[in-house]
Ligand binder design. Structure first.
Ligand SMILES: Cc1ncc(COP(=O)(O)O)c(C=O)c1O
Length: 465
């Protein structure tokens, strides 16, 4: 017969930050013992802990549903997979197989998309830093360039002049929708006249052709009206630029920013209540888009394509992090703390989300407020500052979710090896999609000058000082 550890009786004060809007404590007492039908214990036995676990099935259904939400409203839509969100090759290829293009923002991301086999004409090239050599390659491969600033525009014009062939470009613009904090760092500012100046520069150049407008209004946007306003502004600008009689835009790109079902810190309601459904975003966007592009049909033309570049809404809930308790502590105030083998080195998003944390085995004992630390020798390595969990023991596994967005790209190689990333396929087979780091991979980029090759070498130089 198994016995539970004895716990002293205690009274738990109902502290404000622990309560939901019904005055109850948010307690997650259900365990997550399997991921897509594969037991967590088996995954850890085979691939170690910590471990990122990606669901191919969820990834596919997320992007299909998003696509469907637009297509079912009569809009020709293209999804550009935002590489920076998670550029693991297997993740990217699942999405490319589903028809997503690549949305890249750097030389590295462009080269990675091409290496994965994405043709240039299915790559959207954003970002403020596109060195000349990569621009030349992207132009020769027919990528869709989204120009960020005037210096870049001049470089592209110069490349086009030397090639003796006009280059199609889209301009990134930024503006205030009135519903979300404006992002004015990227692209050309509309209200100040910069965007119209850039448009005029393109339209008057024999070497450039304006084919699209792009804007990305921010991330984790919770109000669908922000997108409706964005689309109205872009459609208005499209009408203006097409008034010259020969410009004809192929697409309007609304960027990314749809929220995932993650618990953003500082938001009182749980994600199920705070985050609108994808259908609400699609409805707001498509209604504004169909209205704003109707003039095209009136003149016997087709509507432009609508491009969206969703990152976190596609991948966040398709990945979890499995971590193990390595030790326990009683903090001076009496609160229990657990030290985990995964910290902010792997979970960059712990800075702005209160991730869901569940035991991977049936809980023993009553949940209570617990602090979760990572393994870094740093005070800021806090995975959850306060979460209700049953008493933890070394060796317990925890499942942290959703973690698919921005962690496998923004994680830090700091102090610890980064662990393996696996993918569970629809038939429950499991593949490693990124191997765990080891000493060789950590040191692969280092070079040792000959006279430093041995720590006990006698220094052959005159004494310093
Ligand atoms: C240009 C662009 N597109 C798409 C995205 C993806 O955003 P999200 O993950 O919020 O959908 C980003 C993220 O910053 C971005 O900068």
């Amino acid at each position: 017969m198994s016995t539970n550890e004895w716990e002293a009786p205690r009274i738990t004060p109902m502290e404000f930050h622990q309560l939901n809007k019904f005055g109850q404590r948010r307690v997650r007492s259900d365990a997550q013992e399997a991921i897509d039908g594969v037991p967590v214990a088996t995954l850890v036995e085979r691939f170690g802990s910590p471990l990122f676990v990606t669901s191919e099935q969820r990834l596919r259904s997320n992007v299909r549903r998003l696509h469907q939400a637009f297509a079912s409203r009569g809009v020709k839509v293209i999804h550009g997979w935002s590489y920076k969100t998670n550029y693991n090759g297997a993740v990217c290829n699942v999405l490319h197989q589903e028809g997503s293009w690549a949305e890249v923002v750097s030389r590295f991301e462009y080269e990675k998309a091409r290496r994965l086999g994405v043709p240039g004409n299915r790559i959207l090239f954003n970002g403020p830093h596109k060195p000349r050599a990569i621009l030349e390659r992207a132009i020769s491969e027919g990528a869709h360039l989204h120009v960020d600033h005037l210096d870049e525009l001049r470089t592209i014009e110069d490349i086009a002049r030397r090639r003796g062939k006009p280059v199609p470009v889209a301009l990134r613009v930024n503006f205030d929708t009135g519903f979300s904090e404006p992002w004015s760092r990227f692209g050309f500012h509309l209200e100040s006249g910069q965007a119209r100046e850039a448009i005029a520069t393109v339209q008057s150049s024999p070497h450039l052709e304006l084919v699209g407008l792009h804007s990305h209004i921010g991330t984790f946007i919770l109000d669908p009206r922000a997108y409706a306003a964005q689309v109205r502004i872009l459609c208005g600008l499209m009408k203006e630029v097409e008034a010259d009689g020969h410009t004809r835009l192929d697409y309007l790109d609304i960027g990314g920013g749809f929220p995932s079902r993650n618990a953003l810190q500082g938001i009182y309601l749980p994600p199920e209540q705070a985050v609108p459904d994808r259908e609400e975003f699609a409805e707001a966007i498509c209604a504004a888009f169909l209205e704003g592009t109707a003039h095209r049909l009136e003149r016997g033309d087709e509507r432009p394509a609508l491009v969206f570049e969703s990152g976190r809404a596609v991948v966040d809930d398709a990945q979890v992090l499995v971590t193990s308790v390595v030790g326990r502590k009683q903090l001076p105030g009496g609160c229990p703390a657990a030290i985990l083998d995964a910290g902010i080195n792997l979970l960059f998003t712990a800075f702005w989300y209160n991730h869901d944390v569940r035991l991977a085995s049936p809980p023993r004992g009553e949940p209570r407020e617990t602090v979760l630390y990572g393994p870094m020798c740093m005070n800021i390595d806090v995975v959850r500052a306060s979460v209700q969990l049953p008493p933890l023991q070394p060796g317990d596994r925890l499942v942290i979710s959703p973690v698919g967005a921005y962690n496998n790209t923004q994680w830090m190689q700091f102090i610890e090896y980064r662990p393996a990333v696996v993918m569970i396929h629809p038939d429950r087979a499991v593949s490693v999609i990124r191997t765990a780091e080891d000493l060789d991979s950590m040191c692969a980029h280092e070079r040792m000058p000959a006279h430093l090759a041995h720590p006990d070498n006698v220094i052959p130089f005159p004494a310093v000082g």
